[in-house]
Design a binder for this molecule. Structure first.
Ligand code: ADP
Ligand code: ZN
Length: 436
């Protein structure tokens, strides 16, 4: 089901026209209301009147997470506090959280784009949504919640954690759609198995999973274990929260709700715009936000854009699933590697479980990677010889796919900490080692 047919299937020319008029408005708005944007634009001699076509956006300076931290907590808000009705903060995966604020109208916009997202993931007014994203400062919980109500679905605000209870509610309340991080979805499936609950017998059909990178191979694993169609949903608090983009039933890229969030892809080193299809850093300008608008916000997330029409009928530009953040990119003897690439290899290896962690150490002048991966129960109780063969296989597969040699450490079943929110895949020891 398409939630907002008019907005989501708009012709390219009409959407571009709408984007341009909104872009002009938001640039003027930021220039007038936020000292930070005015100073930055003045510094490069750009005035709102210089925005005459969509590509004129390239004249504007970028905004980064550092700018947000420098203006902590409320320095970039465009309205007085009396007009802010809600505060959220990013999860602080990479440091001190950044704070964002919403006006009443922003909450409506957010609910709309989240209703679109949930509809993309299979929800209708008849759907029971189990919302296992955390409620609180994190945008996941309340974002899904408001979107579900806007859509007219039934939402179970269970929040994250207490997995046995999640399963009990799932059975008793007959949830059709589960919202959580992909790593938590996997954990729910694992606990179900332990408790002898057959997920295939439950009504659950759909999953809306996001907030952390996951590979397409991991998707297949989750689809098989939970017996759902698992869709990727994407967002970040600085832009609005979840609801920035979502996969539809076609599962070939995530539709960006680009009547509200204008995307660009840039080369993270030269800052030059990159054409459709090329991988680079995703940058967003919010076109309609009032409380906390952002101009050319650098997400650090790596993806590419695809403007071709989608079989679902939506005309929003699509982004590919995020391969990783520039922060998470490891450079191992000159080769760039994202944890998600290692994940996609591991998930396909028989005997290895989709639970892993990557340890990075500096040895001499070189970065060394150790991949810790769980083995399944059966193999673990098997002969040592088989474990050794598995270890070797993982080393060889990673080498043939990624071209790097890693160390592999097999971990006993359940030996890797399960996550309820965002999984921590990389443990970087280099800082403690004084390498950086
Ligand atoms: P933080 O930057 O502290 O983690 P947020 O909670 O706002 O703050 O998380 C936003 C980030 O989460 C995104 O920039 C992206 O890196 C990651 N993310 C969100 N959804 C996805 C997804 N579907 N796939 C990959 N990464 C995602
Ligand atoms: Zn589509």
């Amino acid at each position: 089901m398409i939630y907002d047919k008019k907005a989501e299937t708009m012709k390219d020319s009409a959407r571009k026209k709408l984007q341009l008029s909104r872009l002009k408005d938001i640039v003027s708005y930021c220039y007038d209301k936020v000292d930070f944007y005015r100073k930055k634009m003045d510094a490069v001699g750009v005035k709102p009147s210089h925005i005459k076509k969509l590509t004129d956006i390239e004249k504007l300076p970028f905004t980064t997470k550092i700018d947000l931290r420098d203006n902590y907590p409320f320095g970039l808000f465009a309205v007085p506090m009396r007009d802010i009705v809600r505060i959220h903060a990013s999860s602080g995966t990479t440091g001190k959280p950044t704070v964002v604020g919403y006006t009443k109208h922003d909450i409506v916009t957010w609910s709309e784009v989240m209703a679109r997202t949930l509809a993309c993931c299979g929800a209708t007014q008849d759907t029971v949504i189990q919302n296992a994203y955390g409620y609180g400062l994190f945008t996941g919980g309340l974002g899904v919640h408001y979107g579900a109500e806007r859509l007219g679905a039934t939402v179970i605000p269970v929040s994250v954690g207490n997995t046995p209870r999640q399963l009990m509610l799932m059975e008793d309340f007959k949830a059709d759609l589960l919202c959580s991080t992909p790593s938590y979805a996997l954990h729910i499936a694992e606990v179900a198995k332990e408790k002898g609950i057959d997920l295939k017998k439950l009504p659950l059909k759909f999953g809306a999973f996001g907030a952390e990178p996951w590979s397409n191979e991991m998707r297949k694993e989750i689809e098989a274990r939970l017996n759902v169609r698992a869709n990727d949903i994407f967002g970040l608090s600085e832009v609005i929260g979840p609801g920035v983009s979502s996969e539809c039933e076609v599962q070939k890229g995530l539709h960006i709700f680009d009547d509200h969030f204008l995307p660009e892809i840039i080369d993270p080193n030269t800052f030059k715009p990159l054409p459709y299809g090329k991988d680079g850093e995703l940058v967003f300008t919010t076109l309609t936000k009032e409380g906390f608008p952002v101009l050319r916000y650098r997400t650090k997330d790596i993806t590419s854009l695809d403007p071709t029409p989608c079989a679902c009928g939506r005309t929003h530009v699509r982004m590919q699933r995020i391969s990783g953040r520039t922060d998470d990119m490891l450079i191992i003897r000159g080769v760039n590697v994202f944890p998600s690439q290692i994940e996609s290899v591991l998930v396909q290896i028989e005997g290895a479980e989709p639970h892993y962690q990557i340890i990075v150490r500096r040895e001499g002048a070189l970065d060394e990677l150790e991949v810790q991966v769980e083995v399944n129960e059966k193999l673990f109780s098997d002969e040592v010889r088989k474990l050794e063969a598995l270890e070797k296989k993982i080393v060889t597969e990673i080498e043939s796919v990624l071209g790097i040699t890693v160390r592999v450490k097999l971990i006993e079943p359940k030996g890797i900490k399960r996550s309820e929110g965002k999984a921590q895949r990389v443990i970087d020891m280099r800082k403690e080692q004084g390498a950086k």
